[in-house]
Design a protein around this ligand. Structure first.
Ligand SMILES: NC(=O)c1ccc[n+]([C@@H]2O[C@H](COP(=O)([O-])OP(=O)(O)OC[C@H]3O[C@@H](n4cnc5c(N)ncnc54)[C@H](O)[C@@H]3O)[C@@H](O)[C@H]2O)c1
Length: 431
């Protein structure tokens, strides 16, 4: 068999393997790898879709979370000692990857190699170069990879996209988006479970290929605070903002990024910034300004302002609002400096009268409530449908790679204090 034929045969087998899941009655068997805080939420969403899927396997590096995960499935799932054993189960169709970020690439690639479809939490990658590797692996094996920035499955994001596409905002040239917090919990200083110890926590399983360090409950339970496992604010929060912006604007990647980050306050507990401001320039013809502070939450926790020549669209948790620009030309202060006769003549011109003198009714502000299902529930709806139809949802490995790469560009720019660029040919950071 030639390599080409072999790949074709493989693809045919893959398709055959999934015929059984094509009809709605067949439940998709799901394994959850990393059953921490987010995974427990994800499991609750999956449990709300009993007609689609069933959680049959779980694995985690802390006993307490395995216990809670088994609890949530009513004891129906099996606990595995490590993720390789879970992946070896032929009966498992798909996996959820919700480990700390430094593990995502390895587990996604192993899951693809084991023939599973994958729902990976964001950020899809810990390093930029991992993105192309995952995209290629998924394509070659014909696997679905969906990434977990669930906001794009919200009713609000869909309505916002429709409004932007309809031209209601005019030409959009700038988007501001932010994530602000002012609590220890918001700054990822989470409580550590009282029973956590080397007996209940598998330190080596958590570390993986991260630098060897002595056992640390702070690092294990608050891993976002440390570069060894996370890209901090950019990969944790900005990745959501960039995913939504790419979805709304049909945009791929910024061509250039400049960012500054600083650690002002939570110094004793982290090595990543608690404040970041970033500017992203898109070849599609608009710029983005992202900001995040962990030291003030005056503006809402997360939000967007999409600024167009005809109006502004804001997106917050509860829904979206459209604020028309209602602009009117006004040249009085200029024309009043002309000779009086010229000023008088200026205001006789019908075009000037129409543009500057006549009153026009102001267009009203419009509010649209989010009426859809909870975004994570909707996001899993897309994932399960993709598994059955073999057609990926919008937030596939490519979208996941690009959103995560914005975060990597931001971190690189902030660290090196320089403008960094995207190489569209390589689909990676310009060296
Ligand atoms: N989409 C969202 O809104 C959202 C929200 C929160 C977190 N997340 C993402 O979810 C992921 C998990 O975040 P979290 O807040 O749940 O963190 P967490 O620390 O609560 O959970 C991670 C779990 O992974 C386990 N783990 C570590 N290494 C493992 C390994 N090799 N095999 C199996 N399990 C392992 C840990 O024991 C831990 O319980 C992150 O990638 C994060 O960015 C997404």
């Amino acid at each position: 068999m030639t390599r080409r034929n072999f790949i074709h045969a493989g693809a045919a087998l893959t398709a055959a393997a999934h015929v059984s899941k094509a009809s709605p009655g067949d439940k998709i068997a799901v394994g959850v790898i990393g059953t921490g805080a987010r995974a427990q939420e994800l499991m609750q969403s999956i449990l709300q879709r009993p007609q689609d899927a069933e959680i049959v396997g779980v694995v985690d590096a802390y006993k307490g979370r395995v216990e809670r995960a088994l609890d949530r499935t009513g004891g129906r799932a099996k606990a595995y000692p490590d993720y390789h054993e879970l992946l070896a189960q032929k009966s498992i169709d798909a996996v959820v990857v919700a480990t700390p970020d430094h593990w995502h690439r390895r587990i996604i690639l192993d899951a693809i190699a084991a023939g599973k479809d994958v729902y990976s939490e964001k950020p899809m990658t810990y390093r930029c170069s991992e993105g192309v590797e995952i995209i290629q692996a998924a394509r070659t094996a014909g696997r679905i990879v969906q990434v977990g920035s669930q906001g794009v499955s919200s009713d609000s994001d869909r309505k916002a996209k429709d409004l932007i596409l309809s031209g209601k905002l005019g030409k959009v040239t700038m988007i501001r988006a932010s994530y602000n917090r002012n609590t220890a919990s918001g700054a990822w200083i989470y409580p550590i479970p009282p029973d956590a110890s080397p007996k209940t926590v598998n330190w080596e399983m958590f570390l993986g290929t991260a630098p060897k360090r002595p056992f640390s409950l702070e690092r294990f339970f608050r891993w976002r605070c440390y570069e060894d496992y996370s890209g901090g604010i950019a990969t944790d929060l900005f990745v959501h903002l960039c995913t939504t912006i790419h979805y709304l604007m049909d945009a791929k990647m910024p061509s250039a990024v400049m960012a500054m980050g600083e650690l002002y306050r939570w110094k004793e507990s982290r090595d990543v910034p608690d404040t970041i401001n970033a500017l992203l320039q898109y070849p599609e013809g608009f710029a983005v300004s992202l900001g995040s502070s962990f030291n003030n939450q005056f503006s809402s926790e997360a939000g967007f302002q999409v600024l167009g020549t005809e109006g502004t669209l804001t997106i917050t948790g509860g829904g979206i609002s459209f604020y028309p620009e209602n602009v009117r030309e006004d040249n009085r202060w200029i024309v009043e400096s002309w000779p009086k006769a010229l000023e008088d003549a200026y205001y006789q011109d019908p075009k000037v009268i129409a543009a500057e003198v006549q009153q026009r009714p102001a267009a009203p502000v419009q509010h649209f409530k989010d009426e859809g299902p909870e975004p994570t529930l909707a996001h899993f709806g897309h994932f399960f449908e993709s598994i059955r139809t073999r057609k990926p949802y919008w937030e596939d490995a490519v979208a996941g790679h690009h959103a995560a790469s914005c975060a990597h560009l931001i971190n690189l720019s902030a660290k090196q204090k320089r403008l960094v660029e995207w190489d569209f040919g390589k689909d990676d950071i310009r060296a």
